[in-house]
Design a protein around this ligand. Sequence first.
Ligand code: ZN
Ligand code: ZN
Ligand code: ZN
Length: 340
Amino acid sequence: MPELRKDPIIGRWVIIANERAKRPNDFKADQAGMKEVLPCPFCEGDEHMTPPEIRSIRKEGTKPNEPGWDVRVVPNDSPVLRIEGDLNKRPHGIYDMMNGVGANEIIIETPEHIDHMSDLSPEQISKVLLTYKERIEDLEGDKRFKYVLIFKNHKPAAGATNIKHCRSQLIALPACPKSVKGELEGARKYFEYKDRCVFCDIVSQELSDKKRLILDIDGFVAISPFAARFPFETWILPKKHSSDFTSIDKNSSVGLAKVLKELLSRMNKLLNDPPYNYIIHTAPYRRAKEGYWSSIEHDYHWHIEVIPRLTRVAGFEWGTGFYINPTPPEDAAKFLREVK
Ligand SMILES: [Zn+2]
Ligand SMILES: [Zn+2]
Ligand SMILES: [Zn+2]
């Protein structure tokens, strides 16, 4: 069973993956470069190669774990956290730890062997986004979980295995992650002081400045954040205030799909098919102590952060938390606006 251990100084949780404990030589092997894994376990017709599906969008009359699906969700067969068991929160001397309980699912975005999400149709991407929503809502029923992170790793340099079939992942966590907490606290303080959502203020500032605006399509904007940490870091936000990603519906999911497709294909062209990650930041499950989340519906605003992996985090960033971004966000936005 993996363990969650809390850093007693910073309060950050770390997953100790003791089930796949690596020895020094394993890391050398990792760096040796990877061949594509074949046959692909995510293609239609290879359903037997994955654990049984959790959910799928499929054509009428077809059965689970058989061909005939559009989007398919399966458990990760080497999960970071384990779905079985209780948390067993406990001290260890001065330290805090709990069992590594959580869900780790793979969302297979297409039955075809396609590498790039930007090659899918907006209708197909919309089905993927609605599947995210459905999974977040479904996992809320499991009282052990406080937060669900949806993310995509594209290419090995962004943390994926070398299977060229587009997919994303979900990890449900028994604790709210520190980076989300940081955003939640910052947004709440801004709201207490100004009585406005900081993200809504950012959206209207960027729509009027236009210098860091990349796309403005069907109720969503893509912007280069004012203090972007990485070159070409881009945020996608709904223009209409909403704290929770699960507020998207069939209609708005198509708009979001169009922005995501357009942004990813522009990054692909401009940056020569870079490895990238995206993450969805949404409000945590509101089941903490009464009153604790009293203003979250008003002060927090869900968004997607897309980060092409063009630079490496080095000693200075590691030691200070200061990032050095070699591309001013205004330039990044201009380059992305001008891609044909
Ligand atoms: Zn495939
Ligand atoms: Zn807002
Ligand atoms: Zn965020």
